[in-house]
Ligand binder design. Sequence first.
Ligand code: ACO
Length: 322
Amino acid sequence: PKYAAITAVAGWVPDHKLTNKDLEKLVDTSDEWITTRTGIKERRILKDETKGTSVLAINAVNALLDKANINGEDVDLIICATSTPDMGFISTANLVGEAIGTKAMSFDVSAACSGFIYALEMGSNFIKSGNYKKVVIIGADKMSSVIDYKDRNSCILFGDGAAAVLLEPHNELGVVDALMFSDGSGKELLNVKRGSAFPYSEEQVMGEHHYFHQDGKSVFKHAVTNMSAAAAQIMQQNNLSADDVAYLVPHQANLRIIDATAKRMGVGNDKVCINIEKYGNTTGATIPLCLWDFEKQFKKGDNIILAAFGGGFTWGSVYLKW
Ligand code: ACO
């Protein structure tokens, strides 16, 4: 096959809404500050602390299988982009595979907010190999599990959610091109320090080092520069002008980052898919949740540009023919 096409998309978010008004009661902030600085009005939270990202992912994938009218056993690869796996190992994708009843290969991708586009590029190449026919790509994160709800700099930004796409072989439509990048020198500017170099200890927990941390201003600048550069490069190498682009689906971290990226690309506001006001930053899930929310507007053959930036740093852009 020439391409891997997205033949179905589905999302799932928990019912519980954490509004800006709710956050006013937790930290020194205001609805006005959050709305003007980020564009976010509310986010969804998976309240049960014993339930992890896999619950979000399994609900999204079950909805996807229903929509595509296929069984779990028909799936021959699952890739889950997540930064908040249920456990150190095993992978969240493994848990999804068990839940839907497949013994196919399954693994997680760790690339923070770029995880979904990384996983999409990988899934696309598995399809192009000719050996895989039905590939499920998931973006899922339970960010509430790593956020300090005493820190007003970060707790206002994130929400929990998941969405998944089905990739199948196609000769005209699908992932036409993808550009992925990483630069580990951003590691001190955006991270969650949990893992083998940061073992659980009284000092770590008491010092609250196990929470999400970022230098917001610096990340903001890197995000705009790198997302717009990657998107511009993919447009250029595919001879696409801004007029040829039907939609831009950017990672949803901050409305001002989205606006600045679209402006640099020369893409008009009416072509930019935005749902950050409803969900906040759901990390790996933002782009597929946006595809799910906006798919009714997309027409067959539309040129769609995806762009993401996240911790690492990691970033990239995908050119999709819908
Ligand atoms: N309510 C009220 N005031 C606040 C809040 C809040 N929730 N948060 C911060 N402030 C204060 C700050 O303390 C600061 O006060 P000070 O000047 O007295 O220190 C003031 O508001 C202004 O802060 P700025 O840093 O200038 O605010 P900025 O406009 O940069 O917005 C924000 C902050 C929203 C975090 C922004 O920088 C941002 O979105 N950064 C990028 C986020 C991002 O893309 N993250 C990457 C994705 S995450 C991932 O990969 C997993």
